[in-house]
Design a binder for this molecule. Structure first.
Ligand SMILES: Nc1ncnc2c1ncn2[C@@H]1O[C@H](COP(=O)(O)OP(=O)(O)OP(=O)(O)O)[C@@H](O)[C@H]1O
Length: 463
C-alpha cells in the first residue's frame, strides 16, 4: 500500500484529482462541488489490487459521496489512471488516532452504491437529509404509498400505525422511509426520530445483551417518537430479537408514537415470524409500491437530469434508458449516472450509440427473455385454471379471460408476432390474438381489478 503523502508522488495524484474534480464541478454545479467533492483527497493506493482509497473529512460526508458519486469517481479515476481498478471512499483516519477503524467499502465502477451509513444528529438518528419527498417522483405504481407516507409524516396523528411499505428491491422503500423522517422532523423539530435497518437493530440488540445493558437499549428505543425500520424481512428467525421487537412495537404503538417498516414481501409472507409480531405489523396500513412503469421511469430520469444538472440529454436517450432499464429504479439511476460520468470525463456527447455501448452489461441483464410457456404457467397459477385451458377450445368465461390475459402478456413481454402467439395457444388465428390484446388493453383502463391482476402478473414475470 502506498500512502499518498508528500514523499510518494502525492503531487501527481493531486494534479490528476484536480482535473477530475474540475470536470465534476461543471457537471454538478458549484454548490455540490464545494461542499462534497472538493474536500476529497487521494489517501492511499494499493498497486496489487489497483484499489485507490479516497478520503473525506468525516464519516458522514464519505457516506454521502459514496452513495451518490462512487460510480462517477471510480470511472473518472480509471480513465485518468488506468492502473486504478476500483475506488473506496472513507473518512480520513485521524492522525492522533491511527488505530481508528475505517469503513471503506470497495466500490467497482458499475456496482450499485451502498446505503448511506448511520449518522447521528441530535434527535435525528441516522436520517439521510437528502432523501426527501420532493425528490421522490410519483406515478400510478407508487402514489398510494407516497400519500400514506406523507400522511405518516404530517402534524396530525395518522389514522393508521404502523405503516408497512412493501416493494421489490430498488423501488424506493428506503427513500420514502428517510423522507417520512425528514418531513416529520420539519413539522416537529423536537421529535426524536430513529432510522434503523432491521439487521442493525438485531446486531445492536445482541451486543447490548452481551454488554449487559439491554435495559438501556430498550429504554432508548422506546423513547423515540418515530421509529423507521428498514428491511424487516431480515429480522426473521431470531426469536429473542423478535420478542424484543414485539415489545418495542407495543411500547411505541401503545404510546401513540409512529412506526414505519419496509419489507420486500407482505407481512403474511414473512416466514418464521412470530404470529403476534405478524398481527402487529399487519394491523396498520400495508402500502404496496409496484415496479415503476415506463412513464414513471421516464419521469425519474428527467427529474434526475434536471436536479443533478447533468446538462442536455437527447430525448431518444431518455426514452431508451426508460424503456430498457426496467428491473428497478436503482439500476435506472445507476445507469444514467454511469453514462453521464463517462460522457463528461471523456468529453463526448451523450448519444444513443454511446448509451448502448457503455451500458451493455446492464442492458443485457435487463433483457431477460420471458417465454410464452412461463407466461402461461404464471397465468394459470394466478387464476387457478388448468394449463390445458390455454390451448383448449372451451369458451367458458372462467377460462377465456385468463387465456386472453396470457395472450396480452405474450405480446407485451415477448418479441413474438401475433401468428406465433396464436400457434402457442392451440393454433388460434392471429386475429383472435389481436382481439385479446386490444380487449385487455381496454379493460385495464376501465376495470381496476383487471389492471391489478395484470400488474401483479407483470411484476411476477419481470422480477
Ligand atoms: N420514485 C422515485 N423517485 C426518485 N428516485 C427514486 C424513486 N424510487 C427509487 N428511487 C431511487 O432509486 C434508488 C433505490 O431506491 P431505494 O434505496 O429507496 O430502494 P429500496 O426499495 O429501499 O431497495 P432495497 O429493497 O434493495 O433496499 C435510490 O437512489 C432512490 O432515491
Amino acid at each position: 500500500m502506498i500512502e499518498l503523502n508528500d514523499s510518494n508522488g502525492a503531487a501527481d495524484w493531486a494534479a490528476d484529482w484536480n482535473e477530475i474534480s474540475e470536470g465534476l464541478r461543471k457537471d454538478l454545479g458549484a454548490q455540490i462541488h464545494t461542499q462534497w467533492i472538493r474536500p476529497i483527497r487521494p489517501g492511499s493506493f494499493e498497486p496489487g489490487s489497483g484499489m485507490l482509497n479516497l478520503h473525506l473529512p468525516s464519516e458522514f460526508s464519505a457516506n454521502w459521496v459514496r452513495e451518490r458519486f462512487a460510480d462517477r469517481l471510480a470511472l473518472a479515476w480509471k480513465i485518468v489512471r488506468p492502473e486504478v481498478r476500483s475506488v473506496t471512499i472513507a473518512a480520513a483516519p485521524r492522525e492522533a488516532d491511527p488505530a481508528r477503524p475505517r469503513t471503506a467499502v470497495p466500490q467497482q465502477a458499475a456496482a450499485p452504491a451502498p446505503r448511506p451509513a448511520l449518522a447521528d444528529s441530535g434527535n435525528r438518528i441516522a436520517l439521510d437529509p437528502s432523501q426527501v419527498f420532493s425528490g421522490f417522483i410519483t406515478g400510478q405504481s407508487n402514489v398510494l404509498a407516497f400519500n400514506a407516507a406523507q400522511r405518516m409524516a404530517a402534524m396530525e396523528k395518522p389514522l393508521f400505525s404502523p405503516l408497512y411499505l412493501k416493494a421489490a428491491t430498488g423501488q424506493g422503500k428506503t427513500h420514502l422511509l428517510h423522507a417520512i423522517g425528514n418531513a416529520f422532523a420539519e413539522v416537529n423539530p423536537g421529535a426524536r426520530i430513529c432510522y434503523c435497518p432491521a439487521e442493525k437493530f438485531m446486531n445492536d440488540f445482541v451486543s447490548a445483551i452481551q454488554r449487559g445493558d439491554s435495559m438501556a437499549f430498550k429504554a432508548r428505543l422506546r423513547g423515540f417518537d418515530m421509529l423507521l425500520v428498514d428491511d424487516i424481512q431480515f429480522i426473521i428467525g431470531k426469536n429473542s430479537t423478535q420478542e424484543e421487537f414485539l415489545h418495542t412495537i407495543d411500547a411505541i404503538l401503545g404510546g401513540g408514537k409512529r412506526l414505519v417498516v419496509t419489507s420486500d414481501r407482505a407481512p403474511q409472507a414473512l416466514d418464521g415470524v412470530d404470529q403476534r409480531l405478524l398481527s402487529r405489523l399487519a394491523m396498520g396500513l400495508v402500502a404496496d409500491i409496484q415496479p415503476a412503469d415506463i412513464e414513471l421511469r421516464r419521469a425519474i430520469i428527467t427529474a434526475r437530469i434536471e436536479t443533478m444538472r447533468m446538462g442536455e440529454v437527447p430525448e431518444e436517450v431518455i426514452e431508451f434508458l426508460a424503456r430498457t432499464i426496467s428491473r428497478n429504479v436503482r439500476e435506472l439511476v445507476g445507469g444514467l449516472n454511469k453514462l453521464m460520468a463517462y460522457a463528461q470525463i471523456t468529453g463526448q456527447k451523450v448519444t444513443l450509440p454511446l448509451a448502448e455501448e457503455q451500458l451493455s452489461d446492464l442492458l443485457s441483464a435487463n433483457r431477460r427473455r420471458i417465454t410464452i410457456d412461463e407466461i402461461q404457467r404464471a397465468v394459470c397459477q394466478f387464476y387457478k385454471v388448468d394449463r390445458s385451458e390455454m390451448s383448449s377450445k372451451r369458451r367458458a368465461r372462467a377460462v377465456v379471460r385468463p387465456r386472453q390475459v396470457a395472450m396480452y402478456l405474450a405480446k407485451v413481454l415477448t418479441p413474438r408476432s401475433y401468428p406465433e402467439i396464436g400457434r402457442k395457444f392451440g393454433g388460434r388465428d392471429h386475429s383472435t390474438v389481436i382481439h385479446a390484446v386490444r380487449l385487455i388493453e381496454d379493460l385495464r383502463t376501465r376495470d381496476a381489478d383487471m389492471d391489478g391482476d395484470v400488474r401483479a402478473l407483470l411484476q411476477q414475470l419481470e422480477s
